[in-house]
Ligand binder design. Structure first.
Ligand code: S3P
Length: 424
């Protein structure tokens, strides 16, 4: 499905509620499946990715009922051998976290994915899992992953990457391993796994950039999942760059390990207010008021900020085209390993619509403020975040743009356009 997006000058006005966090939804369904008893998950995501995790848990013998955003999981705390390959679809989180869970089970399993997921690197989890004693075979470290359930031993692992998927994979394997597992990362990546496992009774301890875990039985959970800051990011940026906008975003997750975009836009001079900051199911949540800001200024985004806004970089690039001066994104080479190579996707497509952007191995530099011309077709590279970022860009292009294969937004945010329309 192609989508034509036109300049919107009237201003985006109104109050919206941001749908459920994808990362937390994955974890809630997986961890509830490992607990003995009934878990209640309110506001479970409607995205295709978390549904892949749900379907896999179901194929592993876990019962569920899902209606009106309410997911009830019933598990005996033990997974059963699957009868066919487990399909992770487009979801890297599903494949990497499930690998950690499945490596230490008493049965074999195979994880498969779509074309994009089958090209993404799995060495980052195969290597540490193998050190724990896992038996995983994969051609050139790509899916399908054939996992032979094995007896695992805890390890101390220093990861070169700050990756929540790798961290969570190893911690989950550590739940089933003999002895202690300690995972250390260069910068702290999102910590939803640590918060949720701890709340469910796991023997887990955090000290700065390290997390340790030991074999544990998990208690069922009751959780109300907050709104996804990665989904909110499109509305935050649109509110800042579409003249005359004023948007209130309700129920946005503001976990400090995820909320790097808020720090960045504040540094850029954005007119944003955080209202009613509170804690919900162990996660920081708040409402945001975003106002159009004419004179944003460029900034440097690097180092420990990168894992805290990794998924927001494509839409931050759109924002940077409307900021005066240079915006530099560096230390972000892992963006090339996401659902698409997000560095080259952003550079190619932003350049097409008229941005001044220079590509580097680990990021890009954008010079603003530039009026975006549009009047062209934009590719999504089968990547939901590229599709949504360019929808936002289209709202300020002088001439309309046509976004090809826009349906990829359904991977994380099926309600995306409907919510935009509410503001128009
Ligand atoms: C995620 C972690 C990030 C992020 C992805 C979701 C998670 O990936 O890009 O969309 O839920 O743990 P990495 O851990 O590979 O950086």
């Amino acid at each position: 499905m192609d989508k034509v997006v036109k300049k919107f000058e009237k201003g985006l006005i109104g109050e919206i509620t941001i749908p459920s966090d994808k990362s937390i939804s994955h974890r809630a369904v997986m961890f509830a499946s490992l607990a003995n008893g009934k878990s209640i998950i309110k506001n479970f995501s409607n995205g295709q990715d978390p549904k892949s995790s749900l379907n896999i848990c179901n194929a592993l013998g876990v019962e569920y009922n899902f209606s009106n955003d309410l997911l009830v999981i019933k598990s005996c705390g033990q997974l059963k051998a699957p009868t066919s390959p487990l399909d992770c679809g487009n979801s890297g989180t599903t494949m990497r976290l499930m690998s950690g869970i499945l490596a230490g089970q008493g049965f074999n399993s195979v994880l498969i994915g779509d074309e994009s997921l089958s090209k993404r690197p799995m060495k980052r989890i195969i290597e540490p899992l193998s050190l724990m004693g896992a038996k995983i075979s994969a051609v050139e470290a790509h899916a399908p992953l054939k996992i032979k359930g094995s007896h695992l031993l805890g390890i101390e692992y220093n990861s070169k990457l700050a990756s929540a998927q790798v961290k969570s994979c190893i911690l989950l394997a550590g739940l089933f391993a003999e002895g202690k597992t300690i995972f250390t990362e260069p910068y702290v990546s999102r910590n939803h796994t640590e918060l949720m496992l701890k709340a469910m009774g796991a023997n887990l301890y955090v000290s700065e950039n390290s997390v340790s875990i030991e074999k544990s039985n998990l208690n069922p959970i009751e959780i109300n999942i907050c709104g996804d800051i990665s989904s909110a990011a499109y509305f935050i940026v649109a509110g800042l760059i579409v003249p005359n906008s004023k948007i209130i975003l309700k129920n946005v997750g503001l976990n400090p390990t995820r909320a790097g975009i808020i720090e960045v836009i504040q540094k850029m001079g954005a007119d944003i207010k955080i209202l009613d900051k509170r804690t919900q199911a162990g996660e920081v949540v708040g409402d945001l008021e975003v106002n159009y800001t004419e004179s944003l200024k460029g900034c440097v985004i690097k180092g420990d900020l990168i894992p805290r806004l990794i998924d927001e970089i494509p839409v931050i690039a759109v924002l940077a085209t409307q900021a005066f001066g240079e915006t530099v994104i560096k230390d972000a080479s892992d963006l090339r390993n996401k659902e698409s190579d997000r560095i080259s996707a952003v550079v190619n497509e932003l350049r097409k619509i008229g941005a001044d952007i220079e590509e580097y191995e680990d990021g890009f530099i954008i010079n603003g403020k530039k009026e975006l011309q549009g009047n062209c077709e934009v590719e999504t590279y089968h990547d939901h975040r590229i599709a949504m970022s360019f929808y936002v860009a289209g709202l300020i292009c002088k001439k309309p743009i046509k976004i090809n294969s826009f349906e990829w937004v359904n991977i994380s945010f099926p309600e995306f356009e409907k919510i935009f329309c509410k503001l128009m």
